[in-house]
Design a protein around this ligand. Structure first.
Ligand code: HEM
Length: 346
């Protein structure tokens, strides 16, 4: 079989990519050297967003497949791809250094020619947020995105908001964690009230004992997050059952059976942190570049970006669980049958 000869430039379609920088300043006959950098850096970001979305989609597919049992090797694929996403996000944070070589005066040479375009209209960024689990109601300045994007782009983001997000899949997966209801481990099936479960009863006692006097109210948070008791639990995206599983995985992460699940939880927290770090770098760069002026997309500029940064964490409920941990030495002993299941022989 003769194979088609592949040529570098054709394979990468460089004719398209390298001819896709149309400077508004050229069209207007204005001298603005830095507009080339401005376009190239945005295009580079959008290409990386595309790769991140590709990885997120593949992770959503795996979660959606009936195959993802707790012993399934695809969990390793999920963790591996989450780590790749995080590596890309680190590069995206660093890339702000290049943007920062443009000064405010350089930007003013062409800024007014861009209105009302803005990174605000990056559909891929909004899709990424939605696929991870940022709900429309949780967005800061929702009206900006519904009013500033073209109707077909709003639809595209909305489609992602309607689809099952990574956060929702995570909830289902965590809820499926075996062990806690198993009669062969606990003597009875414990389908009923988790507050009566021997493990959670003793863990609650240990946690209560670990609190300082000024932290005594934390036990209400514990009961709310772990058992759904009280008002505080309203509006949470992870169910008490999922939170119990996530806390258990975190506490006993050293056991072979829980290592990968723990790595997944850790990688998702890292994604949240890196996206917030990107938002912070972008916000500080913007504050330095345009001060308190409104953005080309007509938002309040830095003020909008600050509020979005504070509000757009997706996995913060996982992060909050770390406030419910106790030190290793104080952990309740696990029954032998459970230890065996969590070990290599499990
Ligand atoms: C001179 C450089 C830049 C300035 C002054 C700037 C300014 C702004 C401002 C003011 C906003 C808020 C919306 C608005 O009113 O326009 C915004 C949003 C945004 N920008 Fe930039 N930006 C710059 C570079 C970049 C770069 C290189 C990227 C890379 C993709 C980017 C991506 C975004 C994204 C994704 C948003 C939406 C954030 C959100 O809604 O949470 N920006 N930008």
């Amino acid at each position: 079989m003769s194979q088609k000869e592949v040529y570098y430039k054709d394979y990468l379609q460089l004719d398209k990519i390298l001819n896709a920088q149309a400077l508004e300043s050229d069209a207007a006959g204005v001298d603005a050297h830095d507009e080339m950098l401005f376009i190239v850096i945005h295009q580079a970001y959008e290409l990386w967003f595309k790769q991140v979305l590709f990885e997120v989609d593949s992770i959503l597919d795996i979660f959606n497949s009936p195959k993802l049992e707790d012993n399934d090797p695809t969990l390793q694929t999920v963790v591996h791809r989450c780590n790749r996403i995080n590596t890309i996000l680190k590069v995206l944070v660093e890339q702000m250094n290049i943007m920062e070589t443009m000064t405010s005066l350089d930007f003013l040479d062409f800024r007014d020619l861009l209105r009302p375009a803005s990174g605000f209209q990056s559909v891929q960024w909004k899709e990424l947020e939605a696929k991870l689990g940022l709900a429309f109601e949780a967005r800061h300045g929702k009206h900006y995105y519904t009013s500033q994007l073209r109707p077909e782009d709003v639809d595209q983001v909305k489609q992602n908001e309607r689809a099952t997000s990574l956060l929702e899949y995570l909830n289902v997966w965590l809820e499926r964690m075996p062990f806690m209801h198993d009669a062969t481990i606990w003597g009875e099936a414990f389908e009923s009230n988790p507050t009566d479960h021997p493990f959670w009863k003793s863990y609650r006692d240990v946690y209560t004992g670990s609190l300082l006097e000024i932290e005594s109210a934390n036990i209400e948070q514990f009961d709310s997050v772990m058992f759904g008791i009280g008002e505080q639990n309203k509006g949470r995206r992870l169910s008490p059952k999922a939170c119990r599983a996530a806390l258990f995985i975190t506490l006993y992460q050293g056991y072979p059976m829980l290592q990968q699940p723990y790595q997944l939880l850790d990688a998702l927290l890292e994604t949240d942190t890196l996206m917030a770090t990107w938002r912070s770098r972008h916000m500080n760069m913007v504050g330095r570049m345009i001060g308190t002026r409104v953005g080309t997309g007509n938002s309040s500029g830095r003020g909008y970006l600050k509020a979005a940064m504070d509000k757009h964490y997706v996995f913060q409920e996982l992060a909050q669980l770390n406030g419910l941990l106790v030190r290793r030495g104080a952990l309740p002993e696990l029954p032998d049958a459970l230890r065996a299941r969590l070990g290599f022989g499990g």
